[in-house]
Design a protein around this ligand. Structure first.
Ligand SMILES: *Cc1c(COP(=O)(O)O)cnc(C)c1O
Length: 399
């Protein structure tokens, strides 16, 4: 088989944890228990930069450090600029607060009718059911509450949340998020899904999770059976760089797909991680091969201490322009800015339209060539020839 992209990044194995029995390695509880959460633990495995050491010292007050052994293996320990490393190892930049940054940049707390539930759009709600994740992304939108490093004391009110949804018939779509919903036990998840399924007006249940990426071992047959039972359950995973698209992730996605879970991906555009067209193209191609449809590409939210990750929006538009027409339409995510303050997600697109009037639209294609599409249906002087030879049996059809 011919592959146009580099396949060497498919990764499989225990890496630094060769000494651990495979039964432990493949056990998600073992992975969680053995997460790297302190400076000392991390320094056992790699040499950190001063910037990273300072970042880790600050992380305790902002967003905890946690990396699963599985995910740590994906880091290039000899390269401080490794795109996997940048996502999970704190840097000093996290302590720098820039203009416009706030802990709750999307104004979620204002849009929460009950603790843990955000109702921003007319027909759907975001249901935050935990503040814990398998590993912590350093650019987390909800770092104010996730990992509880900032003493937010997040206590999701499942019962209140469920009652809110039950009593709001306009809510036809419930998005479970957090924290990571898949950190809940099977029992708790099954309870939540069964309660949501029992609500007649809830048509769509979906889950936003990075567990398949941080902890693919969590995608057990038992969990997949729950999705089968209460499905359709849709899922958005969160992959930012092709290096994360490992054999383990591929297999986890396959288990989910075979359980009937349609998979999408949400990426965040991050400086030094995926802010170039070639990386993004490799990523989206890998996603399609894992049956994952790229859904959103997010411009980073204005969270406190996030400016070291920020990418110029024009760069994001350029990346989308480099994809559209140049590769499979299914591979192209919608680039969005989640409007600061709580305006919701707004699509940001390359502009192909040059002129639009009552008569015509003039636009450029992906190669930069100009085309016209007439808007009017005025009859032309020269009629389309209408001979019987061109429309066979036309006489008989009306007989
Ligand atoms: C992102 C989000 C949703 C889901 O948005 P979709 O565009 O439907 O995927 C719902 N509620 C909130 C508060 C969100 O931030």
């Amino acid at each position: 088989m011919a592959h146009t992209e580099d396949r060497t990044a498919w990764f499989e194995g225990q890496g630094l944890w060769q000494h651990v029995p495979a039964s432990d390695w493949n056990d998600w509880v073992w992975q969680l228990k053995n997460r790297i959460t302190t400076l000392d633990q991390l320094e056992k495995y790699m040499v950190l930069t001063t910037e990273e050491r300072r970042g880790i010292a600050f992380a305790g007050r902002k967003l905890s450090l946690a990396i699963t052994p599985y995910f740590l293996n994906l880091i290039d320990r000899n390269n401080p600029a490794c795109p996997v490393r940048l996502q999970v190892i704190p840097r000093e930049g996290e302590s720098v607060v820039s203009a416009g940054e706030t802990p709750d940049s999307l104004g979620e707390d204002e849009h929460s009718p009950v603790p843990g539930l955000v109702h921003r759009y007319p027909d759907r709600v975001l249901f935050l059911i935990t503040d814990r994740c398998a590993s912590y992304c350093r650019y987390c939108t909800r770092s104010r509450l996730v990992s509880n490093a900032q003493d937010y004391n997040f206590h999701p009110e499942y019962e209140q949340g469920l009652r809110y949804i039950e009593s709001h018939p306009e809510v036809r779509d419930v998005l479970l998020s957090g924290g990571d919903p898949l950190l809940l036990s099977d029992k708790k998840l099954e309870h939540l899904l069964s309660r949501l399924r029992a609500i007649k007006h809830v048509e769509l249940i979906r889950i936003g999770s990075r567990i398949p990426v941080f902890l693919p071992q969590r995608i057990t047959p038992a969990l997949c059976d729950i999705f089968k039972k209460y499905g359709p359950v849709w899922m958005s995973i969160h992959v930012n760089h092709p290096k994360e698209a490992t054999a383990e992730l591929r297999d986890a996605c396959e288990r989910l797909s075979l359980a009937g879970v349609p998979l999408g991906n949400q990426s965040v555009l991050l400086r030094g991680v995926n802010d170039d067209a070639e990386t993004m193209k490799a990523l989206v191609h890998r996603l399609l091969r894992m049956r994952v449809r790229p859904y959103y590409l997010y411009q980073m939210d204005l969270i406190t201490g996030g400016s070291h990750f920020k990418v110029d929006v024009r760069k994001g538009i350029e990346i989308i322009r480099a994809l559209r027409g140049h590769t499979t339409g299914y591979a192209i995510p919608q680039y969005v800015i989640d409007a600061p303050g709580g305006g919701g997600k707004v699509p940001v697109n390359p502009d192909y339209i040059e002129k639009i009037t009552d008569e015509e639209v003039v636009f450029k294609n992906y190669e930069g060539r100009t085309y016209r599409y007439p808007m009017t249906a005025a009859p032309q002087a020269r009629q389309i020839p209408n001979s019987n030879s061109q429309i066979p049996n036309s006489k008989n059809q009306t007989a």
